[in-house]
Design a protein around this ligand. Structure first.
Ligand code: ATP
Length: 491
C-alpha cells in the first residue's frame, strides 16, 4: 500500500485530485477533483445511491439545502456543542486540534477527554507547540461550523450556517418525506451531499478536509418492534470486531460472524448489526479488501450524549486504523429535539396499533465520500514491478473510464474512431492515439481502465478486435458485432 503522500502525488499526476486553486498555492482542507477524480467520485455516489435507494423499497432519497436554517442547528445541538478542543501556542499562536495531537504524541486513544483532562495530559507530558516548541495556552473549545450571512443584511438575525452534516435535513423534513413516499416503519431516508467543517487541523490529504461530501442514511423503526426482517441475509457474514470490552482489556480485534456478535451481546440490536454488515459488504462488492476493515464500538467516554450505541466502520489506512463510517443508534433524540424547537408534530400514525408515535433511528450509517474514495484507491493501487507501472485495479463499476480504444498503427485511426463512436454512447471510453501500444496500455493501467480494445490489420478482414484485460493482461479476440454487449456485461 502506498503512503498517503505517495497516493496524493499519484492522484495529482493522473488527474484525480489537486489542491484547490493550486496556482494560488491552494487553501488548506479544500481540494479540486480532476477529470478522473470527478468520474470516480460520481461512480462511488451512484453505486451507493443504487444499493441504498433504488434497489430498496424501504428507503427514500432527498436532497436538502446546504445553507440551512439556523434553528435546525440550535435544535440539533450543533450551535452549542459542535466543537473540538484546540491548543494554541503561547508564542507563535499556531492552533492545533487537541485530541489528534495528543493521540499522535502519546500513542493513546483520547476521544472523549474533557478540557481539564487534556490540560493535565499536556502538562504531565510537557507537550509543546509542534512548530516553535513553546508551551501551549489552556485548551479552548472551537465550533466547527462555517457561518455566513443570508441576504443584504448585517444583523445577527441574518446569520446562517453551511451544514456540517447532511443528517439534520432528513429529520427536519422527516414528516414530508415519509408522507410523500408513503413510507411505513421500518424505513429509511437517504441523502448524498456536501458538508462543511472548519477543521482546526486538516490533514492526511482527503481524509480530513474542510469541504467534503457525505452519504448518509437515517433508518427509522417502531421502538416497540426492534426485529430486523433481513437479519438472516447477513448472519453468516464475518468481519473483524473490536468491542468496547476488547478495547478495555487490551485485546486485539477478532473475526466473528454477525450471528455470534448478536448471540454474545457484542452488538445489541439486529438492525445495527444488519447495517454494519451491509456497509462492509458494500465496500467488498466494489473491490475493497474485506480484511482491511473492522467495526469498532465507541467506548462510553466518546459516545455522543444522544447515542445509545455507536460503532464505527474503520479501515486500516497507512497512518493507522481510522473511522471511515460512523453508525450511531440515535433513538428519538433528533426528532424530539425538532418537535420541541419547531413545535410541529413529527409523530407517525401506526395503522396496526392505532397509535401515534415518534420513530427511533436505530442506525445512521454516515460515510464520507472522500474517505471512501481513498479506500477504493488504496485497495486498487498495485505497483507492478514486472510491468514497470502502477496498475489501478478498480472495480469496473467504479473505474472512471471503462474502455480504452486504440489503433495498432496510426494508419488505422479512422477505423478505430468508428469503434470508439460505437461504444461511447453506452460506455465512457477514451480514444488514445499517443505513443506505442505498450505505452498506451501502461497509461490505461494507471488510469484504472479495465478493458482496452485494439484495432489491428486483421480487423479489416475478420471484423474483430483484441480486448485486453487490465488485471491479467489476458487478450481475447471479440467480434465487432458482439463488442458492445461483451463490454457492457463485463463492466
Ligand atoms: P472524526 O472523528 O474523524 O472527526 P467524526 O466522528 O466527526 O469524524 P462524523 O460526524 O461521524 O465524523 O461524520 C460521518 C462521516 O463523515 C465520517 O465517518 C467521515 O467519513 C466523514 N467525515 C467527517 N468529517 C470529515 C472531514 N473533515 N473530512 C472528510 N470526511 C469527513
Amino acid at each position: 500500500m502506498p503512503t498517503i503522500e505517495e497516493l496524493a502525488t499519484f492522484c495529482k499526476r493522473k488527474g484525480f485530485v489537486y489542491p484547490t486553486a493550486e496556482i494560488y498555492n491552494g487553501l488548506s482542507g479544500f481540494f479540486d477533483f480532476g477529470p478522473l477524480g470527478v468520474e470516480l467520485k460520481n461512480n462511488i455516489k451512484r453505486e451507493w445511491w443504487k444499493t441504498h435507494v433504488h434497489q430498496r423499497e424501504d428507503i427514500a432519497g432527498m436532497d436538502g439545502s446546504i445553507i440551512t436554517h439556523p434553528k435546525v442547528w440550535e435544535a440539533s445541538g450543533h450551535t452549542a456543542h459542535f466543537e473540538d478542543f484546540m491548543l494554541t501556542c503561547s508564542k507563535c499562536g499556531q492552533k492545533t486540534r487537541a485530541d489528534t495531537f495528543l493521540e499522535a504524541a502519546l500513542k493513546i486513544k483520547v476521544e472523549g477527554l474533557t478540557a481539564d483532562e487534556i490540560n493535565e495530559q499536556v502538562k504531565k507530558h510537557k507537550l509543546a507547540c509542534p512548530s516553535c516548541k513553546s508551551s501551549f495556552k489552556e485548551v479552548q473549545p472551537f465550533n466547527l461550523m462555517f457561518s455566513t450571512m443570508v441576504g443584504p443584511k448585517e444583523e445577527s438575525s441574518a446569520k446562517s450556517y453551511l451544514r456540517p452534516e447532511t443528517a439534520q435535513l432528513m429529520f427536519a423534513d422527516f414528516k414530508l418525506v415519509a408522507e410523500n413516499a408513503r413510507m411505513k416503519l421500518p424505513f429509511g431516508i437517504a441523502q448524498i451531499g456536501k458538508a462543511f467543517r472548519n477543521e482546526i487541523s486538516p490533514r492526511d490529504f482527503l481524509f480530513r478536509c474542510r469541504e467534503f461530501e457525505q452519504m448518509e442514511l437515517e433508518f427509522f423503526i417502531n421502538p416497540k418492534n426492534q426485529g430486523c426482517p433481513f437479519i438472516d441475509e447477513v448472519k453468516q457474514h464475518s468481519l473483524f470486531v473490536y468491542s468496547e470490552e476488547m478495547q478495555k482489556t487490551g485485546e486485539e480485534h477478532k473475526k466473528m460472524t454477525i450471528a455470534d456478535a448478536l448471540k454474545k451481546g457484542v452488538i445489541k440490536t439486529e438492525w445495527h448489526a444488519y447495517w454494519l454488515a451491509t456497509e462492509h459488504l458494500w465496500f467488498a462488492s466494489l473491490g475493497a479488501n474485506p480484511d482491511h476493515f473492522r467495526i469498532r464500538q465507541h467506548v462510553a467516554k466518546e459516545k455522543s450524549h444522544y447515542a445509545t450505541e455507536t460503532w464505527d466502520l474503520e479501515y486500516e489506512f497507512p497512518f493507522g486504523w481510522k473511522e471511515l463510517l460512523g453508525m450511531a443508534n440515535r433513538s428519538d433524540f433528533d426528532l424530539q429535539q425538532h418537535i420541541k424547537h419547531s413545535k410541529k408534530d413529527l409523530s407517525l400514525f401506526i395503522e396496526e396499533t392505532k397509535e401515534k408515535l415518534v420513530p427511533h433511528v436505530v442506525a445512521e450509517p454516515s460515510l464520507g465520500v472522500e474517505r471512501a474514495f481513498l479506500v477504493f484507491l488504496f485497495d486498487a493501487y498495485h505497483d507492478d514491478k514486472e510491468r514497470g507501472n502502477i496498475v489501478l485495479k478498480l472495480s469496473p463499476k467504479l473505474a472512471p473510464v471503462k474502455v480504452g480504444v486504440f489503433s495498432l498503427v496510426n494508419k488505422l485511426n479512422d477505423e478505430t474512431k468508428k469503434v470508439y463512436d460505437l461504444l461511447k454512447k453506452d460506455l465512457f471510453c477514451v480514444f488514445d492515439t499517443g505513443g506505442s501500444i505498450g505505452r498506451r496500455y501502461a497509461r490505461a493501467d494507471e488510469q484504472g481502465i479495465p478493458f482496452c480494445v485494439t484495432v489491428d490489420f486483421d480487423t479489416l478482414a475478420d471484423k474483430a478486435v483484441t480486448v485486453r484485460e487490465r488485471d491479467t493482461t489476458k487478450q481475447e479476440r471479440v467480434k465487432l458485432s458482439d463488442l458492445k454487449l461483451y463490454l457492457l456485461s463485463r463492466c
